[in-house]
Design a binder for this molecule. Structure first.
Ligand code: NAP
Length: 284
C-alpha cells in the first residue's frame, strides 16, 4: 500500500505557485485573494485561517472580510460587487455554508467568473463540463494532482464516485471522465453500493459519513481517495473510509487528515494565480 501524501504534494504545488508569484512581484505585479466569511461557524473559521496561511506561504496577499451573522443579502452582494470591480483583487472566495437567511446561489451568481477561484459560478461549472477550464474545481483537481504525483493512469479504469454534490461529486466525475475513466456516480438512492464499489479500480468517497466505505466494499488493489471530513466520537477528524481496514486491501490510499484537504487549498492558490493572469489579459 502506498500512502498518497497530500501534505507533501500540496507543499510542492504551493512552492511552484510561490515561485511564480515572486517573479510577478519582481515585475511590480501582485496577486491578491479576498476571503469573505459570514458568521461564527467554527469549521469555516478554521478553513479560512488555513487558506490565509497558504496565501502567506505563496506570497499571495489575502484580504479577510469577516461579516457578522446578521449581515443582510444586500450588504453581502454590495461587498461582492465592490470586490468585483476592485482591480487589486484577483480572486474572491466566499466561505460556505452561509447563514440560512442568505441565498448561496445569489451570492455565487454575483461573483465575477474571472475572479471565481472556487469555480462555483454557472459559467465556470459549464466550462468544467466541456473540459475547457479557466479554473479547476479545487477539491476534485486536488485529487487529480495527487494521482498525477504517483503517475497513476486512470484511462479505461472503473472509477466510482460516491456523492453527487456540485462542489465535489459531480465535478470529480467530470475530471475522471476527461481522463478517459469509466465513471459510476453513487448517491443516497443508489441500490447496492457495496457491489458497485467491489467492481471499482478507483473509489472516491465524498459522502460526509464516518467509516462509510468499509473493507468488504473494496476489491484487492483498488485506489482509495477519501474526501470526507468528519469527526469521530472523540472529536478527532476522520474521513469517509474505514482507513485501518481498507488500507490492507488498497494499492494507494489517502489519509484523513493530510490527504485531499491540503490539496484543495493548494489548487485554490493555483486558481488565484490564474485569476491574476486572466485579469491581466482581460478588461474588467
Ligand atoms: P454533500 O453536499 O452533503 O453531499 C454528500 C453526498 O453524499 C450526496 O450526494 C449524498 O447523496 C451522498 N450520500 C449521503 N448519504 C449517502 C449514503 N448513505 N449512501 C450513498 N450516498 C450518500 O457533501 P459534499 O459537500 O460533497 O462533501 C462531502 C464530504 O467531503 C463532507 O465530509 C465534506 O466535509 C467533505 N469535503 C472535503 C473537502 C476537502 O477539501 N477535503 C472539500 C469539500 C468537502 P444525495 O445527493 O442523494 O443526497
Amino acid at each position: 500500500m502506498i500512502l498518497l501524501d497530500g501534505k507533501k504534494v500540496s507543499a510542492n504545488v504551493k512552492a511552484e505557485v510561490a515561485k511564480e508569484v515572486k517573479e510577478l512581484n519582481e515585475k511590480g505585479a501582485s496577486v491578491c485573494l479576498a476571503v469573505v466569511i459570514v458568521g461564527e461557524d467554527p469549521a469555516s473559521k478554521i478553513y479560512v485561517r488555513n487558506k490565509k496561511r497558504a496565501c502567506e506561504e505563496c506570497g499571495i496577499k489575502s484580504l479577510e472580510y469577516a461579516l457578522p451573522e446578521n449581515t443582510s443579502q444586500e450588504e453581502l452582494l454590495s461587498l461582492i460587487n465592490k470586490l468585483n470591480s476592485d482591480k487589486e483583487v484577483n480572486g474572491i472566495l466566499v466561505q460556505m455554508p452561509l447563514p440560512k437567511h442568505l441565498s448561496e446561489k445569489a451570492v455565487i451568481d454575483a461573483i465575477s467568473p474571472l475572479k471565481d477561484v472556487d469555480a462555483f459560478t454557472d459559467a465556470n461549472v459549464g466550462k468544467i463540463m466541456i473540459g475547457s477550464y479557466n479554473f479547476l474545481p479545487c477539491t476534485p483537481a486536488g485529487v487529480m494532482e495527487l494521482l498525477k504525483s504517483e503517475n497513476i493512469d486512470i484511462e479505461g479504469k472503473n472509477c466510482v464516485v460516491i456523492g453527487r454534490s456540485n462542489i465535489v461529486g459531480k465535478p470529480m466525475s467530470m475530471l475522471l471522465l476527461h481522463k478517459n475513466a469509466t465513471v459510476t456516480i453513487c448517491h443516497s438512492r443508489t441500490r447496492d453500493i457495496a457491489s458497485i464499489c467491489r467492481n471499482a479500480d478507483l473509489i472516491v468517497a465524498a459522502v460526509g459519513r464516518k467509516h462509510f466505505l468499509t473493507a468488504d466494499m473494496v476489491k484487492e488493489g483498488a485506489i482509495i481517495i477519501d474526501v470526507g471530513i468528519n469527526r469521530d466520537e472523540n472529536g478527532k477528524v476522520c474521513g469517509d473510509v474505514d482507513f485501518e481496514n481498507v488500507k490492507e486491501k488498497a494499492s494507494y490510499i489517502t489519509p484523513v487528515p493530510g490527504g485531499v484537504g491540503p490539496m484543495t487549498i493548494s489548487v485554490l492558490m493555483k486558481n488565484t494565480l490564474k485569476a491574476a493572469a486572466l485579469q491581466r489579459d482581460t478588461e474588467i
